[in-house]
Design a protein around this ligand. Sequence first.
Ligand SMILES: [Fe+2]
Length: 357
Amino acid sequence: MEGTITPKHNIDPVRKEFYGRIGKHNLAPLWEVLGKLVTEEPDTLTQAHVWKYDAVRPYLIEAGKLITAKEAERRVLILENPAFPGESKITRSMFGGLQIIFPGEIAPPHRHSQAALRFIIEGKGAYTAVDGERTMMNPGDFVITPSWTWHDHGNIGDGPMVWLDGLDMHMVKMFEASFREGHESEDAMQPERPEGDSFARYGTNMLPVEDEYNRPNSPVFNYPYDRSRAALETMKKRDKWSPWHGLKMKYINPRNGDAAMPSISTFLQLLPKGLKTQAYRSTDSTVFVCTEGRGRTKISDKALGDKTIEWGPRDIFVVPSWAKHTHEATDESVLFSFSDRVVHEKLGFWREQKFKA
Ligand SMILES: [Fe+2]
């Protein structure tokens, strides 16, 4: 028994004997593993990948025939990064999945430590309720379910509704801090506040003078696409584009300007037709969703080499940590994205590199 050391090189027999003895006391020599622990650049495992929505959608519809939303609790097909089969990871730290809910269905209330975002892909007439307030969801809306808040979903429309779930699940798992609780009622929670109450209080560039909101996330829990998209449309008239991002906006908490969620950064960006961004990389593996337009992203993937991802409306793709990449917009395009960037920033190790042509 030699502890957990599996060195690549031949070990001096005296050292080997020492490692064996200390291994029995749950000790190990750092000098044998330091190079793998503290790497010169990120040891990225996450791979570049795209899920074409047209290919995925039939399986979502089929899942609806296999199991009800109530029985499944959440009827979700997990978007598994090819680097992590069976681990329910879209990136190393994040869960990603596509949830479908049919007319008349309710995904029953529960709460958990993991914070979730919903980015609406298709349909109308479904709501998410968070802590007693419902919000109707439309394509392109960004909806927050903060950590440990009661939430349920219901479809009172007449067609299927699909959204992307993004959760900080694997951060919570790493910290061994997960709790979950089901609600005593399996039916929808009764609203306690009128729809739009949170947006009225916090979403209009004003704050209540006696503000008592004290969670670390934004009190706005639905950022409607029509408002965010209109902002980009107005900005583009000034014709001042970032060579790396086009026009890119961050969703924020209006109380303090922080990211809207304490563990997940979210963005919306407009790329004008014909723009080819200059190469860029950052430490946060990022999930993109195309909401409008068409284009491609060229990525220098550590595992796969140079990879080109073609994307169009509703396609979802991943750019791994520290992978140099460029976007090319065939048509004017809008991309939503999310990552764990805000955590890197808070902990002081976020890094980016902008290349110049
Ligand atoms: Fe949930």
